[in-house]
Design a protein around this ligand. Structure first.
Ligand code: AMP
Length: 291
């Protein structure tokens, strides 16, 4: 497996593999790899000849210096995990390599989708994400790129980026990987104490409660949001941010739940801000309800 730090070498490697008639599967990450990231690698490997995993903690998408400096970094063990999973190359550039002139003058603004939910809580976050992903896609060239539904809004932003800028990339969304108790895997979970780690299950429990309401044919999105929020508020160590019902493509709240929706929650637990989401659809009309 190759470990690459330079953009030119990364571009050259992807070009040479494509010339050998191989398809490239790209898995962009910020490192501190866990089973969620590795599941993306497995999806990529199943459908492509050459697998590249990038590791880059992108300062442009962080609003707080403290959050950026506390973000877990462990390239050595990431490289080992990637190699064990059959990754062909890890691209791990420095900040100076990615942004040689400092903060870029030209950035990508993803529009309305970047201004709600996570975008509202973290102004500029998705502009930072879209800019670094555009750079990665430009370096990698035509490829399939694998993103987790864990960051559902990010997945939609990246799909929008590819569609609006006509990039030669097929974006593949992959399901959320969870701990047995429901907690979505996240590099940030490492910073939770034992008690906070337990309390953090409130996020997935809130989503399950919301999904049950939708399945029980609750049509008022605000009622579903209240049901989710109640679960979050029940945990003393959890400080809820949002509990939202959204259209799966735009994340805008529907007037009435008449089609499948996406449920999304965000909350602060101890030192970290966690997010999670789930699909929900009402039981088929006329089908017997399971209580
Ligand atoms: P990150 O390193 O947090 O930027 O994540 C890199 C990629 O892994 C993103 O596409 C995430 O959505 C995805 N990812 C992170 N956690 C999970 C998870 N628990 N399940 C599925 N994908 C995940």
């Amino acid at each position: 497996m190759e470990l690459i730090a330079e953009k030119s070498a990364f571009r050259a490697l992807c070009e040479s593999r494509r010339r050998q008639a191989g398809t490239i599967g790209l898995v962009p990450t910020m490192g501190a790899l866990h089973e969620g990231h590795l599941s993306l690698v497995r999806f990529a490997r199943a459908a492509n000849d050459f697998i590249v995993l990038s590791v880059f903690v992108n300062p442009l998408q962080f609003q707080e210096d403290a959050d950026l400096s506390a973000y877990p970094r462990d390239l050595e063990s990431d490289v080992k995990a990637a190699e064990a999973e059959g990754v062909d190359a890890v691209f791990a550039p420095s900040v100076e390599e990615m942004y040689p002139l400092g903060e870029p003058a030209v950035t990508v603004r993803p529009g309305r989708l970047a201004e709600i939910l996570e975008g509202r809580a973290r102004p500029g976050h998705f502009e930072g994400v879209a800019t670094v992903v555009a750079k990665l896609f430009s370096l990698a060239g035509a490829c399939r790129a694998y993103f987790g539904e864990k960051d559902y809004q990010q997945l939609l932003v990246v799909r929008g980026l590819v569609a609006d800028l006509e990039l030669p990339v097929e974006v593949v969304g992959c399901p959320v990987v969870r701990e047995p108790d429901g907690l979505a895997l996240s590099s940030r979970n490492r910073r939770l104490s034992e008690r906070e780690r337990k309390a953090a299950t409130a996020l997935s429990r809130a989503l399950v409660a919301g999904r049950r309401s939708v399945e029980r044919q609750v049509r008022d999105p605000e009622e579903v949001e209240r049901a989710m929020r109640a679960v979050l508020e029940d945990e003393r160590l959890v400080e809820p941010d949002y509990a939202s019902v959204g259209d799966p493509a735009t994340l805008e709240r529907p007037v009435e739940i008449a089609a499948p929706v996406r449920l999304l929650v965000a909350a602060r637990v101890g030192p970290v801000r966690l997010i999670d989401n789930m699909a929900a659809a009402s039981s088929a009309r006329g089908a017997p309800l399971i209580s």
